[in-house]
Unconditional design. Structure first.
Length: 380
C-alpha cells in the first residue's frame, strides 16, 4: 500500500498507462485556477470501484479553465467519460468551467442545486408582494446564470441532474450538507434578500484585510490560535455541497466554499450517521481558498479535532487548498497554521497542479510537493 502527494508546474505531462493489481486506489487533483488575485476551484478525482475506475469532477473554476479540466481527464485519466460532475454552489468561479466539461465530455450525472425550482416555497419570505413564483425563479436564474446554464446544457444532452442534499450518495461520497429544509428555507431566501448588503460586506472585508496586511503580523506560537469565532460568509458559500468518503481505510472531505454554519452542520449530520469526522478525515479541502472568514477554532475542532499538544515530526493527514498564484492573501497564514496544528500537511496550488494519490498509476513530470510551513507570524 502506498500514498503520496506530488506537484508539477503548469505544463503538459505524459500519462503513463500502468495499471496496478490493486483492489483500491484513489487520486485527487487540484488544478491551478485563478484570474489575477481571484481564486477558484477545479478538482478531479478518480478511484477504483468494482474493478473499474470512476471519475468525479468537483467544481470547474471559471469558464476559461474548463478546457484545462477536460485535458486533464483525457490525458491523466485516459478517458472521455465522467461518472459524476458536482457543482458545489452557484458561484461562477466554481460553475463556469463545467460548461466546457458538459459540452466536451460524456457525463453520467450532474449534481447541482436548482434554487429557481423552489420559488413557490420561498416567495412569502419577501416583503415585495408583487413578486410571483415565475418572476422569483427568473431572478434566481439570472443571478446564478453560470449554474443555470449547466442545467440547460445537461437537459439538452440528456444528462441526469440531481440535487446534492445531505444523505445523497455520489459514488463513494456521501453529502453531509446542506440538508434540504435548511437549503430551501434559510439559504435560498438569503441569496436574494440582501445582495447589496453582501456585496458591501465583501468590499469592506477586502479593505479591512488590506489594511491589516499593511499594519503587519502577529507572532504565532503552536499553542495559541488567532482565528475569530464570529465570522460569516455569504449564503451562496454556505450552500456548498460538502462531501465525505471513507475509502481504503482513509477519509476524504470536500468542502467547497462552506462557512462555519455549514461545516458545523456537516459535523453534526456526520455524527448522526455514525461518522466521527475528527478521527476519520485524512484528506481535506481547506474551504474557500484558505480565507479566514469561513473557519473558526470551534468549527475546526468539530470537523478535524482539537489542536495537537506538540508539533508532529511527520503529520499523517493532508490538506489541499486552491489559491491563485497572484492572490497575496490566499491562503491566510492563520488558517494554514490552524490545519498544521491539527496534524495536517498543507499544500497549495499557487499556479501548479497538486496531486494526492494512493495505489494509482504513476505520472511523468510530477515531483515532490513543497508543503506550507507553520508560520511564526500570522496576519493580524
Amino acid at each position: 500500500m502506498r500514498w503520496n502527494c506530488a506537484c508539477r508546474a503548469n505544463t503538459a505531462s505524459a500519462y503513463i498507462n500502468e495499471e496496478r493489481a490493486m483492489t483500491t486506489g484513489i487520486e485527487i487533483d487540484f488544478l491551478p485556477v485563478g484570474e489575477g488575485e481571484h481564486s477558484g476551484d477545479a478538482i478531479a478525482i478518480r478511484w477504483l470501484e468494482d474493478g473499474r475506475y470512476k471519475v468525479m469532477l468537483y467544481d470547474g473554476g471559471t469558464k476559461d479553465y474548463g478546457q484545462a479540466l477536460v485535458n486533464h481527464v483525457t490525458t491523466h485519466f485516459g478517458v472521455d467519460y465522467v461518472d459524476y460532475v458536482v457543482n458545489s454552489h452557484p458561484d461562477n468561479d466554481h460553475a463556469g468551467g463545467l460548461h466546457y466539461v458538459l459540452e466536451n465530455l460524456k457525463v453520467g450525472e450532474l449534481w447541482m442545486h436548482q434554487p429557481w425550482n423552489y420559488s413557490s416555497h420561498i416567495r412569502h419570505y419577501f416583503r415585495d408582494k408583487r413578486i410571483t413564483d415565475d418572476s422569483l425563479a427568473e431572478r434566481l436564474q439570472k443571478k446564478m446564470a453560470a449554474a443555470f446554464a449547466l442545467e440547460e446544457i445537461a437537459e439538452s444532452k440528456g444528462i441526469t441532474v440531481r440535487e446534492p442534499f445531505a444523505g445523497s450518495k455520489i459514488g463513494i461520497f456521501t453529502v453531509l450538507s446542506p440538508e434540504r429544509d435548511r437549503y430551501v428555507h434559510e439559504l435560498i431566501p438569503a441569496f436574494e434578500k440582501s445582495p447589496e448588503l453582501l456585496k458591501a460586506a465583501t468590499v469592506m472585508e477586502s479593505i479591512t484585510d488590506a489594511f491589516k496586511g499593511a499594519i503587519g503580523y502577529l507572532a504565532a506560537v503552536w499553542d495559541k490560535e488567532y482565528l475569530p469565532e464570529t465570522v460569516t460568509t455569504s449564503a451562496e458559500n454556505e450552500s456548498s455541497a460538502v462531501l465525505f468518503a471513507t475509502y481504503g481505510g482513509r477519509g476524504y472531505l470536500l468542502t467547497g466554499d462552506a462557512g462555519v454554519d455549514t461545516l458545523r452542520a456537516s459535523a453534526e449530520y456526520a455524527g448522526r450517521m455514525g461518522i466521527h469526522l475528527p478521527s476519520q478525515v485524512t484528506f481535506a479541502q481547506i474551504p474557500h481558498h484558505g480565507g479566514r472568514h469561513n473557519v473558526s477554532s470551534e468549527t475546526l475542532n468539530l470537523v478535524f479535532g482539537e489542536p495537537l499538544a506538540f508539533r508532529p515530526e511527520a503529520p499523517e493527514r493532508v490538506a489541499f487548498v486552491s489559491a491563485s498564484a497572484k492572490a497575496p492573501s490566499h491562503p491566510k497564514r492563520v488558517v494554514t497554521n490552524a490545519f498544521n496544528r491539527r496534524g495536517f500537511r498543507v499544500a497549495q496550488t499557487k499556479g501548479n497542479s497538486i496531486w494526492h494519490h494512493r495505489n494509482m498509476p504513476g505520472r511523468a513530470g510530477y515531483g515532490p510537493l513543497t508543503y506550507v510551513p507553520f508560520y511564526d507570524e500570522v496576519e493580524q
